[in-house]
Design a protein around this ligand. Structure first.
Ligand SMILES: C[S@@+](CC[C@H](N)C(=O)[O-])C[C@H]1O[C@@H](n2cnc3c(N)ncnc32)[C@H](O)[C@@H]1O
Length: 282
């Protein structure tokens, strides 16, 4: 105990702050957290690029990495502002877990850890496979993934094993889009390159019941809403069918028209959406 007290005394500065500097930033196609999977899905064909900062010797530091087919990324959940000791994981029953028993972004030190495929290296740019990071995430470190040290397939998976077992098999719910929701989704894609249908369908097909982390709430007497990044989808559930009825901007006009909030996600598209469907969105 004495040794611990001495160490803490000597390293007092470490207790309050520790400075880390990003080595680079990743470019992914996920502009909002809603679009990012909870962990990377290998089956997806997406390509992401990590560009290291120039003039710091980082390019030289990549020497010998090309022979590895996977790397670990250590990164910062930069879109987070808070942490909680107990969190509600998005998958499985609505049950709070200790944050250290989860991969939740809401951690005291918001550090992310992701293993990704390394597809190529061009100068300071790493071409990477599927990942769960949003666009612009700061990266602190890269390490080679070494199966002999890093893979323990038979290790116990705690509470996640139960959840995984409950999700085996085809999704329970069928998700369909009403005419208005289809028109709106197509309008968003054609005019603003905004597309969140695949992720929306995936989430609702598993479980459309109200859940804080999945951002599913009751909406009036017979409907529900789910947050999809800066947007919202309104849906109803009948038996095992989910009907997506409409898509809505996530922000009211008084915010979107306020110059103090000009950085709200998809601000221009949301204003245009209010203008295009004034009656339906009232
Ligand atoms: C469940 S966490 C797991 C991250 C990492 N694989 C880990 O285990 O540390 C993945 C989620 O973090 C969120 N996310 C991704 N990039 C983020 C960022 N830069 N800031 C905050 N949240 C982010 C997305 O919602 C994504 O689905």
């Amino acid at each position: 105990m004495r040794a611990v007290v001495d160490w803490l005394e000597k390293n007092r500065r470490l207790q309050s702050s520790l400075t880390l500097r990003p080595i680079g930033f990743i470019a992914t196609h996920k502009r909002v957290k809603f679009q990012a999977l909870h962990q990377p899905a290998e089956a997806q064909s997406e390509r992401n690029v990590l560009e290291l900062l120039p003039e710091l010797g980082y390019q030289q530091a990549l020497r010998d990495l090309a022979g590895f087919s996977r790397v670990w990324l250590l990164w910062w959940f930069h879109r987070n502002t808070s942490w909680r000791p107990l969190v509600l994981p998005p998958r499985g029953p609505a049950q709070r877990r200790g944050v250290f028993a989860t991969r939740s972004p809401h951690r005291p030190n918001p550090l992310g850890l992701t293993s990704v495929q390394l597809l190529g290296i061009e100068g300071r740019r790493l071409l990477l496979g599927p990942c769960d990071l949003v666009d612009g995430t700061p990266i602190f470190d890269i390490k080679p993934y070494i199966a002999a040290y890093d893979a323990f397939p038979e290790a116990a998976g705690g509470w996640t094993e139960e959840v995984d077992a409950s999700l085996i098999g085809p999704p329970k719910f069928t998700v369909q889009f009403a005419a208005l929701a289809t028109t709106q989704a197509e309008w968003l894609l054609a005019n603003w390159e905004i597309e969140f249908r695949p992720r929306l369908i995936e989430l609702l097909a598993i479980d459309p019941s109200p859940h804080r982390t999945r951002r599913i709430r009751r909406h009036g007497a017979a409907m529900f809403s789910i947050g999809c990044g800066g947007w919202r989808a309104i849906f109803s559930v009948t038996g095992e069918t989910v009907d997506v009825l409409a898509l809505e901007p996530g922000y009211p006009l008084r915010f979107l028209n306020n110059p103090d909030y000009k950085d709200l996600p998809d601000c221009e598209a949301q204003l245009a959406c209010w203008e295009r469907w004034p009656e339906e969105l009232r």
